[in-house]
Ligand binder design. Structure first.
Ligand code: C2E
Length: 930
């Protein structure tokens, strides 16, 4: 910038030029002044000479008046005048002379030789008749100056002189005196030398001063140039900032008319500069603020010169938006307002974030429902309203039953989806004015306002329970949940938020205690119950270490032969103060608190230890069923826990049955398949408890490796009187059998129920009819005594006898190995005749015979068996699929089933089981007991 300035403007040389010109001008002025000075000096001298001649003339006048007064004669007067004048001198040696009009010299003080002489021909070197000229001047003008040459002392030649002459007519005289031009010049030059010196010194001083001034000016100019450059840069910067700043800028004149706007202004408002220039800021008004708002804004601007605040304006497209506006007044140096500058930013997104933040602070981020904070606020408001209007309102606390299991098994993302879907269903169940809130976890609260009747709350609760019972499809998983609801009513159950919440919570606990999947209203005694529950939780924590837990066993009996074939281990809590506590009273608590994990493991180990001890004592090798809660089922290392219990106790795995409720296994059916397969791989048996109460998917049922299905006691209770229960039980039995799964009926309390189930081919029963759950020693006694189920009908067969016929012993052994686990008594024959002998001496239920044998082929043998022992069910084992032979054998009814070599082990077991079932039916039909 400076360089540019320097190159464009060679300041120093220009300043020197100015000084030089000034110098020249001053010199010229000085010369002109001198010329003028000389002229005026000459004039001065002439004036002075004129005055002196006038004075000398006065002398003549005075003496003439003396002559007239008679004091002197003319001669005396003239003489006296001549002498006086002669002696008069001025300027060193200047004098006056007198001549008369002839002209003749009257008196010349310097040249007395001329006195009395005729001067008519007196000429100066230029030939001028100077005295004639004097007389002519006097005659013509009375007085005047005459120039001529006159000798001057010290000069060889006459020099120019100018004399003033005046006529004194009374005496006919001319009096005069003159000045030499030379003297004027001398005086002039003397003066001029001084003045020239002064002028020179002045000009020099002036020059120096001008130089100094020039340098200073140069410095100043340089300074200003720098300032200017800086200002320019700043201006450019300001212009760039003005143009590129993200804040909108609007500049108006003092009347508020817009004179400039920047790009951001256009971007925010939609108005281009051309459109808005000349209009006022009011063009942007949104009508959101009243006149009072603008009035107070302008009053602040007038008082303080600035205003800032939030303002709603309108864009060109009509949208209203919030902006943060800063208005400043711009004044000139005299304090007059020149402009107003408005700088604003569009704070729509900030407002949006603010409202989002506000929403976040008051809502649950997962479900979008109001949170506790907002609920409290609404509650306060609603309570106040209800109090004023004597209205009723209800607070409902809702909990998803076993939500933890879903989270544990399906993972949190699915759990989250479930909560979101639950929130939506809850919203759909209530009215616009009601508030659904999520307090955290699976806890929801519903505030019902303006109730006419407290029963309305139960309608809503029922609606909610039904809505949540509908299937949830979450990322391909079918999930079923139930919920428990606690209700407290204002004003009957509490007059303030805390009490209403506390009481709704107590009611919720009661709903859970009632087996969940229901709703409960608050009653006074609930609080006491809640306290008891707390106390129980505390003592349950110590129950294990204090050996307060015991197992009771309930026998399970085979409906075919009436023998005890298994038992269910049922937990009891021998509380030191309360006494024996039923599992229903503390298992849910143990599940909630997580205590079920150590307790469950204790049950598992204790049951295994017990059965192993009995087997070792020589008691029948029955199985023991152990209940697994869903929390246990979903613990990651369940298979390890079971394996180590079996390993440590030495109980054969096939003697352990794990009982899982239908609800537990259907929560995450896919995962269940994996867990069950792992357990099954250990060799343990698996049963589904409470079957029929949950939501089994048949497709999964087929995929689950299940040994037994326990028909829930709710179907058994009225099985003999309620056709629906009978039908359901029958369906469960048929379904199970078709899937090769055994059935156990729970809660069999009467002989009628027992007979009914037996006639429907249910495999096993458990219930008070045969035995209540009993302490371990009683169970032991039952086994020792070999107690059997009593029936008015004889049991068909005590043991299931299977006869295997094959000439190859290897085949016989292989089949026996596969079927051994199913508890048959297996007879073997390598020849058909030996087989017929065994049939004659043993109650063989099923015979499996090879086709190719030396003495007699299989078909022939089975034909014989059919005739001799029609109830024995016959199975043919063959390597060749001879269609004709098969068709003939089936047609004549000699063979129940064909099994082809090589056989599949599992299929073989299924076929044999079915064959025995057929055998049972044959017998029952035969003896007419069905
Ligand atoms: N009305 C009637 N009831 C009969 C009859 N026969 C048996 N019961 C009862 O029915 C329940 C059968 O057990 P559950 O369905 O597995 O139901 C069990 C089971 O779910 C749970 N439970 C018991 N022990 C354990 C355990 O060790 N672990 C786990 N996780 N749960 C257990 O507690 C539940 C209740 O057990 P209990 O009170 O012992 O109740 C037992 C038993 O006493 C009958 O003829 N009529």
């Amino acid at each position: 910038m400076n360089q540019e300035w320097g190159s464009n403007f060679n300041l120093r040389s220009r300043l020197l030029a100015i000084v030089a010109v000034a110098f020249g001008a001053m010199a010229l002025i000085a010369v002109l002044a001198l010329v003028d000075k000389r002229a005026s000096l000459m004039e001065d001298r002439q004036v002075k000479t004129r005055h002196l001649v006038e004075s000398a003339y006065g002398v003549l006048v005075r003496f003439h008046s003396l002559q007239q007064d008679g004091e002197l004669t003319e001669n005396q007067a003239k003489r006296a005048a001549i002498e006086t004048i002669r002696n008069m001198r001025y300027d060193d040696n200047e004098y006056f002379w007198i001549n008369d009009l002839q002209p003749r010299m009257v008196m010349h003080p310097m040249m007395p030789q001329l006195d009395g002489k005729d001067l008519s021909d007196f000429k100066d070197p230029n030939g001028k008749r100077l005295f004639v000229a004097f007389v002519a001047t006097v005659r013509n003008n009375g007085a005047g100056f005459v120039d001529y040459l006159w000798p001057k002392p010290g000069f060889t030649q006459p020099v120019p002189k100018t004399s003033y002459v005046k006529g004194f007519l009374p005496w006919g005289w001319v009096i005069g005196s003159g000045i030499y031009l030379d003297d004027v010049n001398r005086i002039f030059w003397d003066r001029m030398r001084w003045q020239a010196g002064i002028v020179f010194v002045s000009i020099t001083l002036l020059g120096v001063m001008m130089l100094l001034l020039a340098r200073r000016v140069e410095r100043e100019i340089h300074h200003y140039a720098t300032q200017l450059a800086k200002s320019n840069a700043e201006l450019r910067l300001s212009a760039a900032v003005f143009e590129h700043t993200v804040e909108g800028v609007m500049i108006t004149d003092p009347d508020g008319r817009i004179v400039a706007v920047n790009r951001a202004f256009t971007e925010i408002t939609g108005y281009g500069e051309d459109e808005i220039a000349g209009l006022t800021g009011a063009t942007l008004k949104s009508e959101r603020h009243d006149e009072q708002f603008y009035a107070s804004m302008w009053s602040v601007i007038r008082e303080t010169g600035r205003w800032q605040g939030e303002l709603w304006n309108r864009r060109k497209n009509g949208d209203i938006y919030p902006e943060w506006l800063n208005i400043s007044v711009v004044k000139d140096e005299r304090g007059r307002i020149t402009h107003y500058v408005g700088v604003f930013s569009d704070i729509s997104s900030m407002k949006e974030s603010e409202s989002k933040l506000d929403h976040l602070a008051h809502h649950d981020p997962l479900t979008g429902l109001p949170n506790r904070l907002l609920l409290n606020a609404r509650m306060e408001h609603s309570l106040a309203r209800a109090q004023r209007g004597n209205a009723m309102l209800a607070v409902m606390f809702l909990d998803l039953d076993h939500f933890k299991d879903i989270n544990d098994t399906l993972g949190h993302p699915i759990g989250d989806l479930l909560l979101q879907e639950t929130a939506q269903r809850l919203r759909d169940c209530v009215r616009e004015q009601d508030t659904v809130t999520r307090l955290g976890g699976d806890e929801f609260t519903i505030l019902l306002e303006d109730l006419d009747d407290s029963r309305f709350a139960s309608t809503v609760a029922q609606k909610i329970i039904a809505a949540l019972a509908e299937k949830f499809m979450l990322q391909g998983h079918e999930v079923f949940v139930t919920c428990s609801v606690g209700i407290s009513i204002f004003p009957s159950d509490g007059g303030d938020i805390t009490t209403l919440f506390k009481n709704a919570d107590s009611a919720l606990y009661r709903a859970k205690e009632q087996g969940r999947n229901n709703y409960q209203y608050y009653t006074e005694e609930l609080t006491t119950r809640a306290m008891e529950r707390l106390a129980m939780e505390n003592s349950l924590r110590h129950a294990l270490e204090r050996n307060e837990l015991v197992l009771h066993y309930q026998p399970q009996v085979d409906l075919h032969n009436g023998s005890i074939i298994g038992m269910e281990a049922l937990l009891r809590w021998q509380h030191p103060e309360i006494g024996l506590i039923s599992p229903n009273a503390f298992i849910p608590l143990a599940e909630e608190t997580g205590l079920i994990i150590p307790i469950g493991e204790w049950v598992l180990r204790t049951a295994c230890v017990q059965l192993k001890a009995w087997i070792d004592e020589g008691l029948p090798k029955i199985r023991v069923g152990v209940n697994l809660s869903s929390r246990q089922f979903n613990q990651n290392n369940l298979d390890e826990v079971v394996a180590s219990a079996l390993r440590d106790t030495g109980l054969p795995p096939s003697c352990l049955e794990l009982e899982l409720t239908e609800r537990t296994i259907m929560h995450d059916a896919e995962n269940t398949v994996t867990i069950l397969n792992k357990l099954r791989a250990l060799g343990v048996q698996i049963s589904i408890d409470d079957f029929g109460t949950g939501y089994s998917s048949l497709s999964y049922l087929k995929r689950f490796p299940i040994d037994r299905i326990k028909i829930d006691q709710s179907f058994v209770r009225e099985i003999t009187s309620n056709p629906e229960d009978a039908a359901i039980s029958q369906a469960i039995i048929s379904l199970s059998h078709s899937l090769n799964i055994k059935t156990v009926a729970e809660g069999v309390e009467t002989a009628e129920q027992q007979e009914f189930l037996r006639s429907r081919l249910c495999d096993e029963i458990q219930g008070f009819h045969f035995s209540h759950p009993v302490p371990q020693q009683d169970m032991c006694q039952l086994l020792k005594d070999g107690v059997k189920l009593e029936s008015k009908h004889a049991f068909i067969q005590e043991e299931r006898v299977l006869l295997l016929v094959d000439d190859e012993e290897g085949v016989l052994n292989a089949i026996a190995r596969v079927l051994h686990a199913d508890g048959y008594r297996i007879l073997r024959a390598t020849r058909p005749r030996a087989a017929l002998d065994l049939l004659a001496t043993h109650p063989v239920g099923v015979i499996i015979s090879d086709q190719r044998m030396p003495e007699m082929n299989g078909i022939e043998l089975l034909r014989k068996v059919r005739k001799l022992h029609p109830d024995t069910v016959r199975i043919m084992l063959t390597a060749h699929a001879d269609q004709q032979m098969i068709a003939a054998a089936i047609n004549e009814g000699a063979v129940f089933k064909f099994i082809f070599k090589p056989w599949g082990d599992e299929q073989l077991r299924i076929d044999v089981r079915q064959a025995f079932r057929k055998h049972d039916l044959n017998l029952r039909t035969q003896i007419g007991k069905v």
